[in-house]
Design a protein around this ligand. Structure first.
Ligand SMILES: C[S@@+](CC[C@H](N)C(=O)[O-])C[C@H]1O[C@@H](n2cnc3c(N)ncnc32)[C@H](O)[C@@H]1O
Length: 306
C-alpha cells in the first residue's frame, strides 16, 4: 500500500473528550456522550478495499484524509480507550432472535480456510504448552504429578476444520475433541478423521466437569452472548482445569465479529460480570508472546478454581 498522508487526526479536545479533528467549534463529536461516539465513528468511516486487500479508512468530510486502517486505530485508540476501554461492544443486530442470520454470517466458503499447515495455530499451541510447562501445569512425562499431561481431556471450541486437534494429537495428546456449529466444517473435519462434533459454544454439548484443558481460539469475538460462553467454557472444565482464550483486540463489532473487545480491561470486566469461578493466570495483549498476529491480539489463560 502506498504511504498515505494524514492531514488531520483525532485528538482529544480540551475537556478530554475524544475530538473529531474540527477543533472545539462544536463539531458533532466534540462533546459526544460515549455511546454516541460509536455511531459517529460508524457514520464517518467508510471501508474501501484496496488492491492488496487491506482497507482504507476514508473519513468523510476531510479532504484527502485516507489512512491505513491500522494507523486510524492507532490514532483513535487514545481517545476511544478513555470511553470504550472497559466494556465489550455488541453488534446492533439482535442475533439471538435471528440465529439463522448469525450462522449464515459466520460461514466462510473460501478454500483458504483449510490451508495446512497453519502457522498461527502452530504458534498458539507451542506458546500455550510452553507457558503451561514453565508454570508447572503441564508435563510430557505421565509419571510427573501435574494437572495436565498427554492423557488430559481437551476441548477445542469453534474448531472450524479441526486443525488444532490434529496438531495436539501429533504432539501426543490422545483425548481431544472439537466442537463447531457449522455443519460443513464438521463434515470436512470428519473426512480428515478429526474428532469434531456439532455444537454451539453458547451451549456446549458436554457434561459439567468433563475437560482438563479448554481452548477457545479466535471464537469469542464471533459470539452473541460472551458471558454465556465464558460460563459454558468454565462449566465443562474440571476443577483446576485450564481455559485458554484468545481473540483480536478490536474497537467496533463488524461482520463476523459480532462483538469487539477493545482492551485487556474489557475482558477482565467480562470475566467479572460472568461470575465464573476462575483465576486469571495470564493476561496480555500479545504481539510479543507467541502469537503471530494480524494486529494486536489478547490472550487470556484462566484456571478454574478448585
Ligand atoms: C475465526 S474462526 C477460528 C477457528 C479456529 N478456532 C482457529 O483458531 O483457527 C471462528 C470459528 O468459530 C466458529 N463459530 C462461530 N460462532 C460459533 C458458535 N457460536 N459456536 C461454535 N462455533 C462457532 C466459526 O464457524 C469458525 O469456525
Amino acid at each position: 500500500m502506498q504511504d498515505l498522508k494524514v492531514t488531520k487526526c483525532l485528538t482529544p479536545d480540551s475537556n478530554g473528550h475524544p475530538g473529531n479533528g474540527r477543533g472545539s467549534q462544536g463539531g458533532e463529536g466534540a462533546n459526544a456522550a460515549p455511546s454516541d461516539l460509536i455511531t459517529i465513528i460508524r457514520n464517518n468511516i467508510e471501508n474501501k478495499p484496496c488492491l492488496n486487500g487491506k482497507h482504507l479508512v476514508n473519513v468523510i468530510g476531510y479532504q484527502n484524509m485516507q489512512i491505513n486502517i491500522q494507523s486510524f486505530r492507532r490514532l483513535a485508540k487514545k481517545s476511544l480507550n478513555k470511553y470504550f476501554g472497559k466494556s465489550v461492544l455488541y453488534s446492533n443486530i439482535d442475533y439471538e432472535s435471528n440465529f439463522d442470520e448469525y450462522k449464515t454470517l459466520q460461514w466462510r466458503s473460501e478454500a483458504k480456510e483449510f490451508y495446512s499447515p497453519r502457522p498461527r495455530i502452530l504458534s498458539t499451541v507451542a506458546g500455550l504448552l510452553n507457558y503451561l510447562q514453565n508454570n508447572k501445569y503441564f508435563s510430557m512425562d505421565l509419571e510427573t504429578d501435574m494437572r495436565l499431561n498427554f492423557q488430559s481431556v481437551v476441548l477445542d471450541t469453534g474448531t472450524r476444520d479441526g486443525y488444532l486437534i490434529d496438531v495436539l494429537e501429533s504432539i501426543g495428546f490422545n483425548n481431544v475433541v472439537g466442537i463447531e456449529f457449522l455443519n460443513d466444517y464438521v463434515d470436512y473435519a470428519k473426512t480428515k478423521q478429526r474428532n469434531v462434533c456439532l455444537g454451539d459454544v453458547h451451549d456446549i454439548p458436554f457434561d459439567d466437569e468433563t475437560f482438563d484443558l479448554i481452548v477457545c481460539r479466535h471464537v469469542l469475538e464471533h459470539t452473541i452472548d460472551p458471558i454465556k460462553v465464558l460460563s459454558e467454557l468454565t462449566r465443562v472444565g474440571v476443577k483446576g482445569s485450564i481455559i485458554f482464550i484468545s481473540f483480536p483486540l478490536e474497537y467496533i463489532p463488524k461482520g463476523k465479529h459480532t462483538i469487539a473487545i477493545p482492551t485487556t480491561k474489557a475482558i477482565t470486566k467480562l470475566i467479572k460480570d460472568s461470575y465464573i469461578n476462575v483465576k486469571i493466570v495470564y493476561l496480555g495483549a500479545s504481539e510479543d508472546l507467541y502469537i503471530i498476529p494480524d494486529g494486536k491480539e489478547i490472550t487470556i489463560i484462566l484456571e478454574k478454581i478448585a
